[in-house]
Design a protein around this ligand. Structure first.
Ligand SMILES: Nc1ncnc2c1ncn2[C@@H]1O[C@H](COP(=O)(O)OP(=O)(O)OP(=O)(O)O)[C@@H](O)[C@H]1O
Ligand SMILES: CCCC(=O)O
Length: 356
């Protein structure tokens, strides 16, 4: 019997994670970290296509991966049109929407494009699971202070959903009965209110919420207008300031929390203040989402790369543990969640949804 082999590609804002699985078994998993200086050279994320594809092709070669043996490629999905949670074929309609960036710019838009570039060449089907555009938001959460600018459900849905699933399994509860706050803390930060297993509210890491390693989060809006009309920045430069060059990068010129922690240890007061401010804003957002759930929160889950940072976690726990017990899932389960989505389809347990 031929074993199923799944290639997983997960482009995040600061890195591209790649892995090869044989059935559930991990054969190789690597985080290709992209240098901030290299990323800075690109005006838009879509222009990073060649850089990331070349890095993945090098990784495939270095690890002697025979693409002829791959049963499926599964990728982190991007800002397509709002969709239900689930596994989807990366079809031509989705590919076009990713190219055009119908829901906006996002590193994960590259997932489908790179996946199909490799898949089409070697005749391998390409799937995606719980893309950034998963929308389960309640109507009341969509209203902003301007009718023409509604709040949109865009989040690290893949890892958030994987954490909800893991928590349910580990604690012997049904996902549909779970109310949680999940804070995914990566290059961008999504803090979600989970009601009955669904993401009923989330900040939208590209536009609102806490600042993160490389995004501004919410800003004083009048001052944003002033900056836009100051004549100092083009449209593209302003967008890049908010997503990519904001947050820690703007204050400290690095998106690497480990580097910031080293500076703090060496007595850098500015690094300490900025890092503590990020933790403070995350804790505040958790409080907002706890209010969405009327305080009835089973647990606060902290996940993503930043959940490895003891310093950050301690501040968040200090500020939020009065709400609910804290669960730590550092790093997250995105790669395994993607693998499992592809395996469910390959084993005919789940029918992939068709994006239209
Ligand atoms: N052991 C660690 N200690 C402290 N910080 C860490 C550690 N490992 C990773 N990080 C930090 O986590 C952040 C990246 O997290 P993650 O890998 O989840 O993000 P990403 O996948 O690139 O982006 P996103 O999650 O927004 O898609 C970086 O700031 C990185 O420095
Ligand atoms: C746009 C929110 C999701 C992400 O940043 O990955």
């Amino acid at each position: 019997m031929n074993l199923l082999k799944v290639l997983v590609i997960n482009p995040g804002s600061t890195s591209t994670k790649v892995a090869l699985y044989e059935e559930e078994k991990e054969i190789v998993k690597t985080e290709i970290v992209h240098d901030i200086e290299a990323l800075k050279r690109y005006k838009s994320i879509i222009e990073q296509f060649d850089l990331r594809l070349n890095a993945i092709n090098d990784w495939i070669e270095q690890n002697n991966i025979n693409l002829k043996e791959i049963s499926a490629i599964v990728v982190r999905g991007g800002l397509i049109k709002p969709v239900q949670s689930g596994t989807y074929f990366v079809n031509d309609i989705m590919l076009e929407d990713l190219k055009r960036g119908v829901g906006g710019e996002h590193a994960s838009n590259l997932g489908g494009l790179i996946g199909r570039a490799i898949g089409d060449k070697h005749n391998i089907p390409v799937y995606t699971l719980d893309p950034v555009a998963v929308d389960e938001m309640e109507d009341v959460a969509r209203i902003s202070g301007l009718p023409e600018l509604p709040r949109k459900s865009q989040s690290h849905a893949l890892n958030i959903k994987a954490c909800v699933h893991r928590y349910a399994m580990e604690n012997g509860v049904k996902e549909e009965e779970l109310d949680l706050v999940v804070a995914h803390m990566g290059g961008g930060i999504s803090v979600a209110a989970i009601k009955g297993g669904k993401i009923v509210d989330v900040n939208n890491a590209n536009q609102m919420g806490p600042f993160s390693p490389e995004r501004t989060g919410s800003l004083p809006s009048m001052k944003v207008v002033d900056l836009c009309y100051s004549g100092k920045y083009s449209f593209d430069e302003m967008k890049k300031k908010i997503v990519g060059m904001g947050g820690m990068v703007a204050h400290l010129e690095t998106n690497d929390a480990r580097e910031v922690e080293k500076r703090i240890q060496n007595g850098d007061k500015k690094a300490k203040l900025v890092f503590e401010a990020m933790a403070y804003q995350i804790a505040k957002e958790i409080g907002r989402m706890a209010a969405v759930l009327k305080g009835d929160v089973k647990s606060i889950i902290l996940t993503g790369g930043l959940a490895y940072s003891k310093r950050l976690i301690e501040i968040i726990i200090d500020m939020t543990s009065f709400i609910a017990p804290i669960t730590l899932y550092p790093g997250g389960d995105e790669m395994e969640a993607l693998r499992d989505g592809a395996l469910r389809v390959l084993r005919n347990i789940e029918k992939p949804k068709i994006y239209s």
